[in-house]
Design a protein around this ligand. Structure first.
Ligand SMILES: [Zn+2]
Length: 153
């Protein structure tokens, strides 16, 4: 998935989470969730976040590869536990953003290995990254965000 699809989906899931978890600091919640909805692609040098953090991205890619450990469920769960003790809402935001990324990547043909490197079973869908189908998804997500913002006014 392209970074902007992850970003849009991160916002959409944040809006649902704010209501669901009764979040007080809404803007900080969205900001943190959106950051973590893009973060996992740090393991790919050619991704937007990878290009912006070339050295870190190269090291992480060398160590774990793309869509390996960094795209597993272990990292968000560890980050959640760490952030939860600092601030409960930040912890939930990290989890929301990270899982929104993993969910969207699981819909792509390339898929993810959510339990890597312990278990290498892959889950994947049918969407090709940067295809018309992804762009259609992106558009639907944007429309849903606008709808949610309008009804909340
Ligand atoms: Zn990814």
């Amino acid at each position: 998935m392209m970074y902007y699809t992850h970003l849009a989906f991160g916002i959409l899931v944040s809006l649902f989470s704010i209501t669901f978890f009764n979040i007080n600091n809404k803007y900080i919640f969205i900001l943190v969730a959106v950051m973590f909805s893009i973060f996992p692609d740090i393991d790919e040098k050619k991704s937007k976040i990878g290009r912006e953090n070339k050295i870190i991205s190269t090291i992480i890619n060398f160590m774990f590869g793309h869509r390996g450990f960094i795209h597993s469920i272990y990292i968000p769960l560890i980050l959640y536990l760490v952030f939860y003790y600092i601030n409960k809402e930040i912890g939930v935001a990290v989890l929301t953003g990270y899982f929104s990324h993993l969910f969207m990547d699981a819909l792509t043909k390339q898929g993810i290995r959510p339990l890597a490197p312990l278990i290498n079973k892959k889950i994947n869908g049918l969407i090709k990254t940067n295809s018309l189908l992804e762009k259609t998804f992106f558009l639907i997500i944007i429309l849903l965000i606008l709808y949610l913002l309008l009804v909340s006014l």
